[in-house]
Ligand binder design. Structure first.
Ligand SMILES: Nc1ncnc2c1ncn2[C@@H]1O[C@H](COP(=O)(O)OP(=O)(O)OP(=O)(O)O)[C@@H](O)[C@H]1O
Ligand SMILES: [Mg+2]
Length: 254
């Protein structure tokens, strides 16, 4: 069964001065699928994800979302489309509490005559519901995020995607190798998102994670897409040879 296309990025280019970070990348993301986005350091993975999340603008190229041309000109625009980004440690405001982070940019307002108030109680209660069951150690909605563990921070970010029924979640894992516990936690987080039926783009350097979590693997090398295949069709060695350039290219229609 072929799933409907959620997002279609075409010929995306991004230059930073003389550096061509992306040299005309096409990417199709289908509803409910998880794509592993892999490539060497500097291949352009984060640049592509930042473009989809509205954090930066492409130099050229087009993006369709649900079949319509869109201009993802800011992270607010991305959120309004249902595109949410979860960075390992970024993406949360350390000066705000858990509930405020979950509601960032979408605060509940209570109107009283000419006055507007933040409806803190409603936000706190909804945050608690979204957070329940997401972490062994569920953070309190009033807790400051600065003091949370990595797992709790991730729970906050996932609660946000749950509450806002995001259609697409972008996960940019850190370059540094994750420890065993952190890898397990990251995989659990991805599984929770998959259970919600969202599409996921997962940047990871962890091959078991690619094999276990994704349906498709997309390989970037020096700003060019050199691999786009069903994960089940590619061995770990196949993927590595695309990353290093030992194999030139392997692209199958999505
Ligand atoms: N703000 C920037 N200014 C200038 N060059 C940049 C900027 N951001 C990224 N680049 C360059 O663009 C290229 C792609 O970088 P990008 O961060 O997308 O790579 P990546 O695949 O995410 O790498 P990593 O695995 O190390 O996270 C690199 O050559 C990088 O140096
Ligand atoms: Mg990166």
């Amino acid at each position: 069964m072929t799933r409907p296309v959620l997002l279609e990025a075409s010929d995306i280019k991004k230059n930073y001065g003389a550096v061509q970070a992306l040299r005309g990348v096409d990417l199709t993301i289908r509803a409910g699928e998880t794509i592993a986005l892999v490539g060497d350091n500097g291949a352009g993975k984060s640049t592509l994800v930042k473009i989809l999340s509205g954090a930066i603008r492409p130099s050229s190229g087009t993006i369709k979302f649900n079949g319509k041309d869109v201009s993802i000109s800011s992270t607010d625009v991305a959120r309004s489309l249902g595109i949410e980004t979860v960075y390992q440690d970024l993406g949360l405001c350390n000066n705000l509490n858990v509930a405020e982070n979950i509601f960032l940019g979408r605060e509940e307002i209570r109107k009283l005559g000419p006055f507007s108030f933040l409806n803190k109680r409603v936000m706190r209660d909804k945050a608690a519901v979204a957070l329940s069951g997401l972490s062994i150690n569920t953070p309190h909605p009033n807790a400051n995020v600065a003091g949370l563990s990595g797992g709790q921070r991730q729970a906050v970010a996932i609660a946000r995607t749950k509450l806002w029924r995001s259609g697409l979640v972008l996960l940019d894992e850190p370059t540094a190798a994750l420890g065993v516990q952190e890898t397990k936690r990251a995989m659990d987080a991805v599984r929770q998102l998959q259970a919600e039926g969202v599409s996921i783009v997962l940047i990871t350097h962890n091959m078991p994670m690619v094999k276990e979590m994704s349906q498709r693997v997309v390989v970037l090398r020096q700003g060019t897409k050199v691999g786009d295949v069903p994960t089940s069709a590619a061995s770990g060695d196949d993927i590595v040879s695309l990353i290093t350039g030992a194999r030139q290219q392997w692209i199958e229609a999505a």
